[in-house]
Design a binder for this molecule. Sequence first.
Ligand code: SF4
Length: 459
Amino acid sequence: MNIKRAILFTPLFPSRFEGMPIGLLKLGTYLNSAEIETNIIDLTSQSANRLPSNDKLNSIIDDELKEIVNPNETFIGISITSPSLLEGLDLANKIREKIKECVIGIGGVHLRYEKNFLNNPMTSSIDFAYHGNALPYEKIFSYLKGNLDPFNIPNFSFKRDGKITYTYDCVIKDDFLLPNFNLLTEPSIYTYGILKARVESRKVTTAQLSTSYGCHHSCRFCTICNSKPPNIQPFNEMISNFEKLKYQGIDFIFFDDPTFTDDEEHTELLLNALTKIKFNWACQTRIDKVNPKLIETMKKAGCQYIYYGIESGDKIIKEFLNKPLENNLIIENIKSTLQNGITPSLSFIFGVPIENESSRINSYELIKEIDKIGIYNNGISPLISPSFYAVYPGSNAEKDLLSSNTNLDYFNSYSREKIWTSFDDGYGAFHYKDEMYAKLVLDEFNDVINKCKYVKAIT
Ligand code: SF4
């Protein structure tokens, strides 16, 4: 094999989080710099909030593949999560039908927990799978150039002579490679659900990056809780990346550090650097990891949006989720966020296994309390997004499922009805509650939001 051209895809999938495909982007950045000409086709963000259509997929594939001159020198990479697995396989099959000789590889965060993936007959179009979190770029590159035996790539499974081999486990430290954002063909589609109003003005001037991976906390539904302690980017590297972005004309950064203000020392260094280099930026963090003084400092450093996972207004649900945030603290910090001219974007989880009418009402009451804060002179309102309790591979929620003798079946067509596209983590995931329940919650939620004066829903 001697790959000279790579096309990296995400599948057509109705995700509500319109963020950049960072894993693919980093792989593309590496391959491109190593002289494998690479394109990134991010169908997930192009199809956000819409159910996938076969006609659309066929025409996109035809368009993208018609430029391929040497199929046997072409690598097709597909990044999936467990909810988008079926759409990823569909994409792989359609590509294989059209170009038999290309190499097709698949990867994505949830494949870490499914080492037998290639043993399933539904994966027959795929040549190899990567089962790690961070990628060993150099090894993958050498393999694609025919210079490395795949037995030497960790967390890797491949087919050879009709046999499927899994190599060996190895924890690869997350890297902080600065992506080449120019590889994205449509930069204006990345709105993260919260930046829609800025789309026209952002274009190629937005970057998405992390300065840390992992989190100290262990919320029941979250897969990031397995990455402890968090891996933090060295300060000099961080500054150098910021300077490069500034030089490239980037003026807005979406930080996808799981908990931006988790580590006090890192937060202080980061905010000092951002104050000097001057970007506008958005981040996500826990609401109990900020306070009025810190929020004021964040604003001075350019912060425009903070995404807080509030999850619930109900004490018992919060304890179940292992995220016991006090309602008083939630209100105080949202107030402070608004006062400082920062948009608070808030997520509430419904469909928790022990949820009942009373616990839902407690969440709605908290939303009404947030609405009562009102708005300040800056006119900024809180945004709220409804999420649904989903079980993902590697989370403590999956351990609960296993203890009830139920396996998470990666190849199952979970929650494919349209109603689920109205919730974050709704479509394509295992839920304890059914479609009718989702409809009930959505009606109740919309009713509460429609009666609010200031709070707006993220649709
Ligand atoms: S939900 Fe947030 S705070 Fe909780 S474990 Fe995940 S990243 Fe950490």
